[in-house]
Design a protein around this ligand. Structure first.
Ligand SMILES: [Zn+2]
Length: 237
């Protein structure tokens, strides 16, 4: 990933309209609110962060003491209204979110950064349009391409910045997504381990998982399939 430090004399370059900043540059997020949140997985702290360079907001769930020297369970979860809220079985997002909360509760400490980039950044309306094309036979990548939308608009720099703001330096990342693994390292954090997420297999999202694995490089173990395990981690460690 190309990154560029910004300062008073250097203009920020942009990718997909979002300024690129390195972890050495000025702060681009601020924590604006914090409260307790009791959940079915026990009590978390919930905090709200605001971007200082866009209108993006982030929600953080945290548990336990977060210390720089301790390898900390962390997940960057991208909002999926249909999966997270409605229990859609078209994708594995809701299961991943709840499994991450369960792992952090069991560990006694950890963090979920919830970024509100719905539908890999295309927004909920375009996501529903893409679902309509999928109903007619397209896979998730083809559907976005037919709508003239990028397959994945998400960026994770500010999520890594939030982890640093919380006092975390060493990360055990709960993720199957190589882009997020790279974002941890690019964001000045130490990637200690990838903690794979296992989800209950639904026939209705088997095609989605196969597409994520085959066309987006996700590290997903599919029953009956082969597993491209940990190549991305070895590459960036
Ligand atoms: Zn989803």
């Amino acid at each position: 990933m190309v990154t560029m430090a910004i300062n008073s004399t250097t203009p920020a370059s942009t990718v997909k309209g979002v300024p690129i900043v390195s972890y050495e540059s000025e702060t681009t997020v601020e924590r604006v609110a914090e409260a307790k949140l009791p959940t079915e997985f026990g009590e978390f702290r919930i905090s709200g962060y605001r971007s200082l360079i866009s209108d993006e907001e982030f929600v953080v769930l945290a548990r336990g003491q977060l210390r720089p020297e301790r390898p900390t369970l962390a997940r960057i979860h991208s909002q999926c209204l249909t999966g997270d809220v409605f229990g859609s079985t078209k994708c594995d997002c809701g299961q991943q979110l709840r499994e991450a909360m369960r792992l952090i509760a069991k560990e006694g400490s950890g963090v979920i950064v919830y970024q509100q980039q719905e539908g890999r950044g295309i927004g909920i309306i375009n996501k529903i349009r893409a679902y309509a094309l999928q109903d007619a036979g397209a896979d998730t990548v083809e559907a976005n391409e037919r709508l003239g939308l990028d397959v994945d608009l998400r960026r994770y720099e500010q999520c890594a910045e939030i982890l640093r703001d919380l006092g975390i330096r060493r990360v055990r990342l709960i993720s199957n997504n190589p882009d997020k693994l790279h974002a941890i390292k690019d964001g000045g954090l130490v990637l200690v381990e990838r903690v794979p997420l296992a989800v209950k297999f639904h026939r209705s999202f088997s095609r989605y998982l196969r597409t994520k694995r085959a066309r987006m490089g996700h590290l997903i173990d599919i029953p009956g399939g082969t597993l491209p395990e940990l190549g991305a981690v070895a590459e960036i460690s």
